[in-house]
Design a protein around this ligand. Structure first.
Ligand code: ADP
Ligand code: MG
Ligand code: MG
Length: 538
């Protein structure tokens, strides 16, 4: 037992130290360079010339397009700076917001200024020059922003694609296509155990970035026919791009496992925080903050016609800053096209399942709002609406209560807005439930102190921050021995599936890793010394 305790201590120390590592130091040991351009020619033909994807959504694409604009001419540079400053104004508060507004008007709207938006024409030009404090938002966020984007999409975008900045982008895309193997990472302690294998912490060798790696045992997957579900989970994870849902960054395989490399959540899950840390339950400030982030995450899934189906505190994980994300999308499904109603399937966890699931009726996204109602209740009261803490009760009885009983609020912490939002999420009739009739749960007064706009930009400070010297996970020896699956043979058909799964890098989060770790700037150094583009346009 002492030896096990020591093992755990050693594993924790290594894991905590890796998190403190300075990215620069890691990189010094391994000099890298981008692949040469010659090889990019097939890529040049293959890259889809889509403005939104190339210049807005992909972080490296966006950076290089911006660098191109700033280096080209006064007019392009003004457009780029304007969008940047408008974005800052949009997210700022109080005095900073006022200052940003004044600066934008003086810099971009007055014909005499060197950064005047000279590409504007017609109504956009008139309104921009006549803009006042009062109609600033309407004019700038409306017509002027749209006209700027329309301008950039045409000549600047086509010139960019002929510039050395775009060559650089293609080199990064070439680099992005690399094959990922175990050797790409250092591996640290086990953080959790799932149905098909363990989840452990890993670190990318040349950037120092930490991730969680969910490993799925190939033989176990086959034995339990979990392949289709695993692929679906991977495909959903790579599609979502939200601050409040774990990001998938790499999908690869080795001899024995399929691996999903995702955002590392070091702060533990919300169930642990409700029941294990300090007095049971949670301060209201935290309940509201987490619920706001969860709501935003759920809305993001629903906007892509994805139903989460496993909303519960256990699946909400905290990162090192104290922000939360939804995890474990293994039960999530994509609704069929045309938003037809989804077939009956019993899925979810007892205590969080909506009446429509229990009655085996058709359902859509409504079930996630029900489960969120249960989860808010649990964060406050440290029990479920229809099941007391550690109550020994048959599943049938929980089902009966869910279908027939009204939810009671006996715990003293429930204030009026909290009771109200829970009651609305726990409406047994879908048509009456909050979030289920073209309404927006974010408008409920429970959230009156949350600025969702800033929250979505990651700018609202968390009410609680995990300690950086604590490992919020069970001891490593609690994850020992998962028996080996021996009686399963893998064949060509399985190999085909593994290949379909192992697609390597996921563009957007990977590019973000390159930028955040400083790799982008480092490998681009020669880009700054590039000659100015030959097409100086007025
Ligand atoms: P399964 O779908 O097999 O249940 P999960 O995705 O729930 O697997 O992962 C199993 C456990 O691993 C979780 O309960 C949690 O403790 C841990 N875990 C999962 N994802 C992460 C992550 N991104 N960061 C930290 N720990 C994680
Ligand atoms: Mg799980
Ligand atoms: Mg799962």
């Amino acid at each position: 037992e002492i030896v096990q305790g020591l093992d755990n201590l050693v594993a924790n120390t290594a894991y905590l130290r890796a998190q403190q590592v300075n990215h620069k130091e890691v990189r010094k040991q391994r000099r890298l360079s981008l692949p040469k351009l010659e090889r990019s020619s097939t890529l040049r033909a293959a890259v889809k010339r889509d403005y939104a994807s190339l210049c807005e959504l992909q972080p490296i694409g966006r950076k290089l397009f911006w660098q191109f604009l700033l280096a080209s001419n006064q007019q392009y540079a003004a457009a780029a700076e304007f969008l940047e400053e408008l974005n800052i104004w949009d997210l700022a508060e109080d005095e900073a917001k006022e200052e940003a507004k004044q600066s934008i008007i003086a810099k971009f709207c007055k014909a005499g200024s060197s950064s005047f938006l000279s590409y504007l024409t017609g109504e956009a030009a008139e309104r921009c020059q006549a803009v006042s404090e009062k109609d600033f938002e309407e004019v700038m966020m409306g017509k002027v922003r749209k006209a700027t984007r329309d301008f950039l999409k045409r000549k600047p975008f086509s010139e960019y694609q002929k510039s050395p900045f775009f060559d650089k982008f293609l080199q990064w895309k070439e680099y992005e296509n690399q094959r990922i193997t175990d050797r790409y990472f250092y591996e640290f302690r086990t953080l959790g155990r799932g149905g098909f294998g363990e989840v452990c912490a890993v670190q990318v060798k040349h950037t120092g970035k930490m991730y969680a790696c969910k490993k799925l045992d190939k033989r176990r997957l086959k034995k339990k026919s979990g392949e289709r579900m695993a692929l679906l989970e991977k495909q959903i994870l790579e599609k979502v791009n939200s601050l409040f849902i774990v990001n998938l960054v790499y999908a690869y395989d080795n001899k024995t496992h399929l691996c999903l490399v995702m955002s590392l959540m070091t702060g533990g899950d919300l169930k642990f925080h409700i029941y294990e840390l300090g007095p049971r339950g949670m301060r209201m400030e935290r309940v509201i903050y987490y619920t706001a982030q969860i709501t935003t995450g759920i809305l993001h899934l629903h906007s892509m016609d994805i139903v989460y189906r496993d909303m519960k505190p256990e699946n909400v994980l905290l990162d090192s800053q104290g922000q939360c994300r939804l995890s474990d999308l293994g039960l999530a499904v994509v609704l069929p096209k045309g938003k037809t109603i989804f077939q009956k399937v019993s899925a979810g966890t007892t205590g969080y399942m909506a009446p429509e699931i229990l009655r085996q009726e058709y359902y859509r996204t409504s079930v996630d709002w029900w489960a969120l109602g249960c989860s808010i209740y649990e964060m406050v009261a440290a029990r479920l609406p229809f099941r007391d803490f550690r109550e020994k009760v048959q599943e049938d009885e929980v089902t009966r209560r869910t279908l027939e009983d009204e939810c009671k609020f006996e715990h003293r912490s429930f204030d009026a807005p909290t009771k109200d939002i829970i009651s609305l999420f726990l409406k047994k009739k879908i048509e009456q439930r909050l979030g289920c009739h073209d309404d927006d749960p974010r408008e409920h007064k429970f959230f009156q102190n949350i600025n969702f706009h800033r929250l979505e930009a990651g700018l609202v400070e968390p009410p609680w921050v995990p300690r950086s010297d604590v490992v919020y996970a069970k001891d490593t020896d609690e994850f020992r021995d998962m028996s080996e699956v021996k009686d399963v043979e893998l064949d060509a058909k399985d190999e085909k599936f593994f290949k379909e799964f192992s697609t390597g890098v996921v563009s957007i989060p990977w590019q973000r890793e390159m930028i955040d770790s400083g790799m982008f700037d480092e490998l681009n150094e020669d880009c700054e010394a590039m000659p100015p583009p030959p097409f100086i346009t007025p």
